[in-house]
Ligand binder design. Sequence first.
Ligand SMILES: O=P(O)(O)OC[C@H]1O[C@H](OP(=O)(O)OP(=O)(O)O)[C@H](O)[C@@H]1O
Ligand SMILES: O=c1cc[nH]c(=O)[nH]1
Ligand SMILES: [Mg+2]
Length: 211
Amino acid sequence: MRVHVVDHPLIAHKLTILREKTTPSMIFRQLTEELVMLLGYEATRDVAVEQVQIQTPVATTTGTRLRRPRPLIVPILRAGLGMLEGMVKMAPSAEVGFLGMARNEETLDIVTYAERLPQDLTGRHVIVLDPMLATGGTLVEAIRFLYERGAEKVTCVCLLAAPEGLATLEERAGEMDVDLYLAAVDERLDERSYIVPGLGDAGDRLYGLAE
Ligand SMILES: O=P(O)(O)OC[C@H]1O[C@H](OP(=O)(O)OP(=O)(O)O)[C@H](O)[C@@H]1O
Ligand SMILES: O=c1cc[nH]c(=O)[nH]1
Ligand SMILES: [Mg+2]
């Protein structure tokens, strides 16, 4: 596993507004999309391409296009859905599949409640989207699931990670071919396993249920 914390003033600026508890859902969604576009640009640097002959109005030339099979973008519902639009804008020819996972807030066990993915992921580069890497339980389950289906490579794009979650990922998926792109690594988890300082519950901030 390789961890890439993307250090860029625009990312730091947008992330700061995202963290503020007074930022309303509408702005939160917009900033999430913008952050994913910036992170997605970095995260797709090693996406496989092939050469293609094209005709410009002036001459024939050799260009580049994404190799088939196309990358598969997989947002982890619910909060990962807030990252989908930005990623699809960056890679419009990618395909999209879905994984619905939730952590039980008492036991922290992960429940996979939905899955809509190709049965066979052989040769596929999968780009997983989930804003929060807290204990790491969700991402470990997702990565394992995708490799069991035959994925060739998994890239994860998250906004925030806790050091505890990164350690768990290293321990349980460290041997796997995983690139993880992040906007920041925060201080720690609190007693409820929320990221500190974090941004609260990403799913709730994107899609309501706020107090
Ligand atoms: O690293 P972990 O400790 O597993 O926690 C991280 C997970 O928690 C959040 O989802 P949540 O379970 O709250 O579901 P939601 O997106 O539906 O809110 C988040 O989007 C991650 O998927
Ligand atoms: O801080 C956290 C931890 C898990 N899930 C979230 O949405 N936020
Ligand atoms: Mg949640």
